[in-house]
Design a protein around this ligand. Structure first.
Ligand code: ADP
Length: 476
């Protein structure tokens, strides 16, 4: 019973440890991911500010009146076009990570902007490996003034591009790399804004730096998790080991108990037998004094025999070898026999001993020895743990086919902190341990005996006020 309790406790502890570990890992990963996003958002917002300022600064270098002269492919030869492209190139040269710088013009169709110039298109017919993939093909085609540019998918640019500086919220990952784009309107005091300058900034470095900044932190978190997992595993291993040691000790103790009690049982029976012979005068007539001594030896050997019997029962329960032998039992006789033993003890302590039981108790099928041991133990405990002049009461009731026995006393009671363990093997409560004789076997065997017969045993107690034990036994 104790072993399986220990095992259950250990399993529960292991489960709780694993659950807590899982929870902690999930929490740590969640917090790490959250921090990662926060750090990335912080870096990104700095980057956005910088890019928007590049676009805004660039916008003042161009005049709408000049740009009005760049109308189509024929304008590429004009000085104004060349100057515009050079200005765009200078913007790119001044900011290493700017990969594209371009100017777009508003058209009547809000979804279509017109290309004016970009930093790569000094000669739109030139063959340049624009995307640096080693081949010059269609994907390297340069833009020509007047080309149409579909902006229907770029809501920010389409709606606000000519009103205020804008910057993308999301990174754009395409075949050219990872970009963030910003634009600023090119304003003129005289007329409506019809031009904007845009810059695409390569942010691959930004991602690399953000990740690099987080690596030490992530490594630290991993290190912490590793330590935690190791500690949990070590703890679980230690628990398992200590359980194995406990189980081994328990087994050795049971074996020892069993051996000792078996070895004691035979000689005690012989002693009892010799005492009987002496008392019967088989070995010669005894003097009055010898007879008295023999009688007290008989009582001592009976107690000893009970104790050995109890130890044997404990080891039987422990080894799962308790055998119930149900026989016909006249309950009236049964309780009378028990009272004959208990009442004199109560009288000795001048206790108020009350008995209440129906006159028509039936003949029942019960294990006589175990049932007697149980009821006698409860009654003798009640008398033992109740001070002189206290009250002890036995109440027997028949409810259907259930025999209900209540033993109530006004004794020392069982402290709250001991109550959960009181049916444990050898367990004695702290308030009686050093004050009243006992061995802690009785309730353990009683519980085993009642449960083996399909019954229940429990109690209610208040320290200093008294205790009430209840037993219910099915009668068929
Ligand atoms: P023992 O009486 O020999 O110590 P038991 O197994 O019969 O062993 O009882 C176990 C413990 O339960 C006792 O030591 C005592 O602490 C407590 N106990 C049992 N019955 C009573 C009672 N009627 N009043 C107070 N304590 C009790």
């Amino acid at each position: 019973m104790k072993e399986s309790q220990n095992k259950d406790q250990l399993q529960a502890r292991n489960l709780i440890s694993y659950l807590l570990l899982g929870l902690f890992i999930a929490l740590t990963l969640g917090v790490t991911y959250f921090l990662y996003l926060e750090v990335q958002a912080m870096f990104k917002s700095r980057l956005q500010e910088r890019i928007i300022s590049i676009a805004s600064t660039a916008s003042v270098h161009f005049s709408p009146e000049d740009l009005d002269n760049i109308t189509g492919p024929e304008s590429v030869e004009s000085q104004i076009y060349k100057n515009t492209v050079r200005s765009l190139q200078r913007i790119r040269e001044a900011n290493n990570d700017v990969k594209y710088a371009y100017i777009l013009r508003k058209t009547e169709n809000p979804n279509i902007f017109q290309f004016v110039a970009d930093a790569d298109s000094l000669d739109p017919t030139a063959l340049i490996d624009l995307n640096e993939d080693g081949i010059i093909d269609d994907s390297d085609a340069l833009n020509t003034p007047g080309d149409e540019y579909d902006v229907s998918e770029f809501d920010l640019l389409r709606n606000l591009g000519f009103l205020q500086p804008t910057v993308d919220q999301d990174l754009v990952v395409d075949q050219w790399g990872t970009f963030l784009s910003a634009s600023a309107p090119i304003k003129s005091p005289e007329k409506d804004t019809t031009y904007l300058v845009g810059v695409d900034v390569d942010v691959s470095d930004f991602i690399r730096i953000t990740n690099l900044a987080l690596i030490p932190f992530v490594l630290f978190v991993c290190f912490l998790l590793l330590i935690l997992v190791t500690l949990t595993l070590v703890l679980v291993k230690m628990w398992q080991r200590s359980l194995a040691v406990l189980q081994e000790l328990d087994k050795q103790k049971d074996e020892l108990l069993s051996i000792v009690s078996h070895q004691l049982a035979t000689p005690i029976t012989s002693i009892k037998w010799y005492i009987e012979m002496m008392l019967d005068g088989d070995l010669g007539k005894l003097t009055k004094e010898q007879e008295e001594q023999m009688k007290s030896m008989k009582s001592i050997s009976a107690d000893l025999s009970d104790l050995v019997g109890m130890i044997l029962d404990v080891s039987r329960i422990q080894l799962g070898k308790m055998r119930i032998d149900k026989q016909k039992l006249d309950l009236n006789e049964f309780f009378k026999d028990i009272l004959q033993v208990i009442e004199p003890r109560a009288k000795e302590k001048q206790q108020d001993f009350g008995v209440e039981f129906p006159s028509d108790l039936p003949i029942a099928m019960l294990d006589k020895r175990y049932t007697r041991m149980t009821i006698e133990n409860l009654l003798s405990n009640a008398v033992k743990y109740t001070p002189e002049k206290g009250k002890v009461q036995l109440k027997v009731e028949l409810r259907g086919n259930i025999l209900s026995v209540t033993v109530k006393d006004t004794g020392v009671g069982i402290p709250k902190e001991d109550q959960a363990k009181i049916f444990g093997k050898l367990y004695r409560a702290s308030n009686v341990r050093n004050a009243v004789d006992g061995n802690g076997f009785g309730l353990y065997v009683a519980k085993g005996a009642v449960e083996a017969q399909g019954g229940k045993i429990w109690f209610e107690s208040e320290q200093g006020k008294g205790t009430r034990f209840f037993v219910e036994l099915p009668l068929n």
